[in-house]
Design a binder for this molecule. Sequence first.
Ligand SMILES: [Zn+2]
Length: 224
Amino acid sequence: MARDFDDLIKYIDYSNPNTRPDFLGTLPDICPICTYSISPEYILIYFKGSWTTHLLCGCPRNECGALFFAEYQESGNQFYFQGCYPNSKTNKEFPQEVAELSPNFVAIFNQAHHAEQEKLDLVCGVAYRKALEYLIKDYVLSMYPEDDSKIKSMPLQQCIQKFITEPSIKLMAERATWLGNDETHYIRKWVDKDLQDLKNLIDLTVFFISMSLKASKYKEEMVR
Ligand SMILES: [Zn+2]
């Protein structure tokens, strides 16, 4: 296929084998929207400047039918497949008792999770930290509803120390808060820990809160 250094669009004509995108090498075989294995329909090739090439594809599945781009970087007459966009974003599922305790936690966590899937890794940590605050404060509020305004306005760390007595929740929630605060500050204190550690600690906090809520439910329901 002819190539110059200006932006150029070539439509793919299935009746003309010379327009097929095979010269790109690796062609996409998974739809990034429905995530099924597919042989896409090819619509056009967009040569953007001298280095980037985008192949517009269609998912052939009736239920999906999405349009998406495969992106290539060109180097020394070779095309290197970089991936497809846009991607569908997945949500993280949480135990039912946690979703009922704090719908805001689930909503904010998943916004952070979407930002991370968009590779916005410099800002998603701040959003995970915010999600954590909703989780902890909604949990504390469920135990101490009379202290509503005090709990809501209290710094998170203080709220954990004052109101959370269960050691497993307290230990994980404190550490999650330390790492979460690192995401919001100019200087990191925990230089050998990263976003994955923050998410692990939030997972552990969710797990222990979920256990505690389940245990309380059976303690209340089954009194002799
Ligand atoms: Zn699809």
